[in-house]
Design a protein around this ligand. Sequence first.
Ligand SMILES: Nc1ncnc2c1ncn2[C@@H]1O[C@H](COP(=O)(O)OP(=O)(O)OP(=O)(O)O)[C@@H](O)[C@H]1O
Ligand SMILES: [Mg+2]
Length: 460
Amino acid sequence: MFHVLVVEEDVGLCHQMVQALIDSGYEVEMAFNAQEATNKIERNNYDLILTQLSSAQVDGYHILKKAKGRNKTTIIIVTTDTEKSHTAFEAINRGAHGFIEKPFSSAQLILEAKEALEKRSLSYDLDYLRHQQDTIYEPENIVGESPQLKACLSTSLKVAKTDFTILLTGETGVGKELIAGLIHYTSLRKSKPFIKVNCAALPETLLESELFGHEKGAFTGAINQRIGRFEQANGGSLFLDEIGDMSLRTQAKVLRAIERKEFERVGGGRTIKVDLRFITASNKNLAKEVQEGNFREDLFYRLNVVSIRTPPLRERKEDIIPLADYFLRKCCNDLKKTCRSFSPEAHKYMLDYHWPGNIRELRNMVERAALFSDGEIIGMDGFSAGETPPRPEERREKGIISSLEGMTLKEAERALMVNALEKNNWVQKDAAKLLGISKRVMNYKIKMHGIQNQRWRRGK
Ligand SMILES: Nc1ncnc2c1ncn2[C@@H]1O[C@H](COP(=O)(O)OP(=O)(O)OP(=O)(O)O)[C@@H](O)[C@H]1O
Ligand SMILES: [Mg+2]
């Protein structure tokens, strides 16, 4: 069951929202002011937070920051008054999923909540599928020449042969999951299961049953018995990803299970013994989380037997070009295009960029560039057609990106182009500038998408 928090100072509206959500099967809590909301956010792990953006009692930006700091997978939807809806773009810039303008109906509220939660689970599925191919964990598919990466790989290969519990740390997208797989597939347990659980992806009650399984009838909806991940991983390795996002209650249960290698299914009395190797990962600073009371100290020490930090891409710039070449080769192969290379400007751009999303961001950017550019050499044009524009703030300010989610890449590109053209009175040169692409590319893409306008005909 998804756990939702509604933050709304208007008591009547708040109750109405809560009732609609409860009727649709969500577990809901409410807060009437910012203090109440932040107290709740510190104590709970919400899947979705619906908050006012700015009012006398509520500072939505503060709530957004708190909630994202607590759990980056929490979805935030802001509710705004129509006349202030432009501020909602700022909220989206700061990590909100979307906004709903007041007044809204209960049906609209439920639809938004459902869509947001569905999208989140789809993106988990996509990541999961990508990692389903065991071959990605083979050492030769882990690219990079930097001493930092080599040190990280060499420690991983050494500890792989032991049964030590491992804690993988590092920013998002640096390759923690890849290292976890490398450890399992080079360990003595490699012929046994490698089971992964994203602890941030599930609400507390579901996570417990996901980990430990449940007996038939353990709770409403438990129609059948279910075997949990601990049991599925028996003999192999269990990868607990985003462990910093687990609630304190679940942490206590996991600590016991790790220490004793035994547990009970939810609603069951029988103790089940397992033989497991634990690999865990977090992009939070767990030592700090311990200090702040969000993470159990005993569990931290239990997990931190061996800790391996994967450095961010900007600390190992030598890896950028080999990784970009590797992703380009793979992508051209998949697209059945002839293999190409990058221009010197594109190289410089990649080397200078700070890559906040690390290797995942680099891979996405290269894949887009390969898809969009047609020449032998991928230059800056290829990049600016993708998601990493030169100045995202400028484009957002002008309201171009309202909601591209749910569209295919091609539809999104067309929508962006039409929007930019409309904003610039259909002057192609100005729209191209706003989109950060050359006039030539703009012209080519207008033809490709079959975009037409009366004014162009009149001018001919
Ligand atoms: N050295 C590498 N060589 C090739 N591919 C890599 C390398 N490092 C990461 N990748 C790829 O980059 C993507 C992100 O890596 P991964 O999912 O392991 O990151 P993560 O640290 O677990 O991120 P998050 O904290 O967001 O879950 C994956 O598609 C992965 O295969
Ligand atoms: Mg990961």
